[in-house]
Design a protein around this ligand. Sequence first.
Ligand SMILES: [Zn+2]
Length: 336
Amino acid sequence: MILHDNGLGHGFSEFGIDIPVRDSRALRTFKRLGKHPLLGPRIASWHRRPSGDALGPEDLYRVHSRQYIDRLFSDRLEEELIRTYELIDAEGRYHRYSPADAVKPLSALFERILSKVNGTWQCCRLALKDGFCFYFGGGMHHAQWDFGNGFCLLNDIVIAICRLGADRQIRHAWVIDTDAHKGDGTAALTKDDPSITTLSIHMAHGWPLEGEPVDASGNRNPSFTPSDIDILVDRGEEDAYAHRLAIGLNKLDTYPSPDLAVVVYGADPYRHDELPSTRKLKLTLEQMMERDLLVYRFLQRRNVPMAYLMAGGYGDRAWEVYSQFLEYVLLEKYGK
Ligand SMILES: [Zn+2]
């Protein structure tokens, strides 16, 4: 099942922000699936729209610091967005940001982010009902307890899982993060929570693992908080990716079996990804499919409901990765 809101934007240019996330990754993927000769006529069985159910402030306070959430709902929102999207550099100049080109205020970006957090929650509930749901949004895995980071203001993954736990809909969840960047916010937010097991396969070096684990003043950098299972892939090790992922997935069996798995998908390990910080990992389209089938089959064999989130995926060719996986899965589920 696909959860897709046709009206929800993905690109940032309307806010004057130059980050290469294109609307095409959702729109083109959706179009290709809708035009498929077997899937198109069955679109009503596999497409869902947002329900309109909205999480409340208590759901955000459960995961992030009260001061941080209160700042987001105050006149300090813009400051937090500027930090999270790195719109001002160390010299105080605008970076990847041109407010004069914006046609929408930054506050509208916050509304879009909140919609995505709600979408992730709905995706998890649809997964619990149907066994599989892929949401065209979400996966903001870098957001930390008291600050946003790496284009991620709120950690929708942990917010949704904790709400489902509070509602007693699940007891244990796995987060499987195959985005090119480490799922550092998720690891830090769940490090003391035995009900959530985290696996992240990511670039061994580069953002968010730059700098020192502890700074000169003795403050720990939360990005270095280990996931339960971390799998590192160094530059030039693409051929070892699938084997390492398979070993890491098998380690999940030593943790409590889950009621739900959230897969932070990430198309950005793809060799044609356009975000400069993903250049250390260059999987081919075939290697991306190998990755995706490893995770999908692993969860399917264990009968674990799967909630997939788009996460990172930058540039004009990201849609190719989402499309090939989703066409495969939907044909298996709905194409007969
Ligand atoms: Zn990423």
